[in-house]
Design a protein around this ligand. Structure first.
Ligand code: BTN
Length: 258
């Protein structure tokens, strides 16, 4: 989506709580929604997280004041709990839009389910935490870690990169935050408008390794050559193997060999 397509008024980021050091913006936002009802689109950002959370119990490290570390509170009550992956796609595309706008000549992809990659390196991660009421989504906290000005990373972080590494120049953090809020508002509006076909086709068009043969390892530690052929409505990744068999994987059931 081109930035000129953005519809105003924006509402994500209208309320923005800027904090210096906290353990985790996701944890802070989850505490907020458990105690009150902040305005939809409220953003909590931190200069530094002492206990940043990654997916599946992992951690997220980010040098102080270098990168985007924020969480956004949304109430997508129009979505069924089983359709959460639609929100995941919309948010991944929004972050993809931001990175692409700053790196127009680079190969930017969404690595299933929601990492954003520049070539074979990870520039952003997303942690979505939903509060459900029965089969409905009541509220969602969307945590985004987007590497902006960090030039070096701890050795145990696999294949990281940042906008500054890719551009060889530092960026104004606030400018990237503003762009992120625009892109998130825009993609979230698409979801509200039930433009799900467009979200899905754009997600597939920008999916890392879509329709290409690569090596994967499954949860039984079996390595195989496969080709991503799609994603199921509930988010399962579909990989065809060389025998023509279509295998479906939940998150963490398959490892990409990079
Ligand atoms: C991943 O593992 O790829 C997801 C990383 C998500 C990190 C962000 S940083 C802001 C927000 N607060 C957290 O504690 N985690 C998310």
């Amino acid at each position: 989506m081109a930035l000129k397509d953005i519809h105003y008024p924006l509402f994500i980021g209208e309320d923005h709580i800027r904090l210096s050091t906290i353990p985790s913006t996701n944890k802070y936002a989850m505490d907020m929604v458990s105690k009150s009802k902040p305005n939809e689109g409220t953003v909590i950002s931190a200069s530094y997280q002492s206990d940043g959370k990654g997916q599946i119990g992992r951690y997220w490290t980010s040098e102080a004041e270098k990168n985007i570390t924020c969480s956004i509170i949304l109430y997508p009550t129009f979505l069924q709990a089983q359709d959460q992956f639609q929100l995941n796609m919309a948010v991944s595309l929004a972050v993809h839009d931001v990175v692409s706008s700053f790196l127009p000549d680079h190969n930017i992809k969404v690595k299933w389910p929601n990492d954003v990659y520049v070539n074979n390196q990870k520039i952003a991660g997303i942690l979505l935490q939903a509060v459900l009421t029965g089969k409905k989504i009541n509220s969602v906290v969307i945590g985004i870690g987007l590497n902006i000005n960090q030039m070096t990373f701890p050795l145990d972080i696999p294949n990281p990169t940042s906008l500054a590494i890719e551009k060889s120049t530092k960026l104004e953090l606030l400018e990237v935050y503003e762009r992120l809020f625009e892109c998130l508002t825009c993609r979230y509006r698409q979801l509200i408008d039930q433009n799900t076909e467009e979200i899905y086709s754009t997600y597939l068009n920008n999916l890392y390794r879509y329709d290409e043969w690569h090596e994967y390892t499954d949860h039984k530690n079996h390595t195989f050559e496969g080709k991503i052929i799609g994603v199921e409505a509930h988010g399962f990744l579909k990989i065809e193997d060389k025998d023509g068999k279509i295998n479906k994987f939940a998150f963490r059931e398959v490892i990409f060999k990079i």
